[in-house]
Design a protein around this ligand. Structure first.
Ligand code: AMP
Length: 290
């Protein structure tokens, strides 16, 4: 495995790979890797000849009062983990390498970037879409891997790639969780022991919603109210949102049908956590709506 820090070196390494027809898988990350990231890498490893993992904490996707400077970083640990997973190339560029000048060209999907997490993080998904566009152009992978954990991000990337005709297949990977259901996240290290014990309420609320829908509930408002009540009642936890949206378009719905994403966000202490589940429901006309 080699670690590369410049775009030119990366192109020099990948051009011959591409020329002989070997497939390339890209896993974009911000580093401080855990088992969630590892699942993306092992999935990419199984499906490609060459696996590239990028590690880049992207300033463009952090708001002025967010944790860009404090975001945890440990390149040495990440390299050891990635070597053990069979990664071929770690691409770890500096901010100057990716943004030698302030970005003037931005990629935005306002209808999808201003909903859910976009309401509290208005510039976040524009930053994500812009840096992922750059990474896809730099690496030119056959496949790129993203976690369902960041469900809004995955839906946005899928739509961006479709709208802008990127020649890449986007692969979504299921969320990796702790044994008690908490979604693994680099931000979980911010949680105190007490906060950590309350943080499971996000997953518990989603599971309660899944159970209600399985029992026949098709009113989005009822499902949302249940999730919001459970999260709001938890000590140390402040609800940001509980929503049910179309999984592809991220638009809200009244009656649940088709592909839906149930998504929650909450502050546990000062740490903002997110989680979601996908459900596939029959179309409305096949349900017994009075
Ligand atoms: P990040 O480093 O937080 O930007 O995450 C990099 C990639 O790993 C994104 O596609 C995330 O959705 C994915 N990821 C993060 N946590 C998990 C998890 N618990 N399970 C699956 N994928 C994850």
């Amino acid at each position: 495995m080699q670690t590369i820090t410049t775009i030119q070196q990366l192109r020099n390494a990948l051009d011959p790979v591409r020329r002989v027809g070997r497939s390339i898988g890209l896993v974009p990350t911000m580093g401080y890797l855990h088992e969630g990231h590892a699942r993306l890498v092992t999935t990419a490893r199984a499906q490609n000849d060459e696996v590239v993992v990028s590690i880049f904490v992207n300033p463009l996707q952090f708001g002025p009062n967010e944790d860009f400077a404090q975001y945890p970083r440990d390149l040495h640990h990440d390299e050891q983990l990635l070597a053990s997973l069979g990664c071929d190339i770690v691409f770890a560029p500096s901010v100057d390498e990716i943004y030698p000048e302030p970005a003037v060209t931005l990629v935005d999907l306002p209808a999808m970037s201003q909903v859910l997490c976009g309401r509290t993080r208005p510039i976040h998904f524009r930053g994500v879409a812009t840096v992922v566009s750059k990474l896809l152009h730099i690496v030119q992978p056959d496949k790129a891997y993203f976690g369902q954990k960041d469900g809004q991000q995955l839906a946005i990337i899928r739509r961006m790639v479709q709208d802008l005709n990127f020649p890449v297949k986007i692969v979504g990977v299921p969320t990796v969780r702790e044994p008690d259901g908490l979604a693994k996240s680099s931000r979980n290290i911010y949680l105190s022991q007490l906060e950590r014990s309350h943080a499971t309420v996000l997953y518990r609320a989603l599971q309660a919603a899944v159970a209600d829908v399985a029992a026949g509930q098709i009113s989005a408002a009822m499902v949302i109210a249940k999730m919001a009540a459970l999260i709001s009642a938890e000590p140390e936890v402040r609800l940001d949102y509980a929503e049910v949206v179309n999984a592809q378009t991220l638009q809200p719905m009244d009656m649940l049908s088709g592909s839906i994403m149930m998504a929650v966000a909450a502050y546990v202490g000062k740490t903002r956590l997110i989680d979601n589940v996908l459900l596939e429901l029959p179309p409305l006309d096949s349900q017994n709506v009075p």
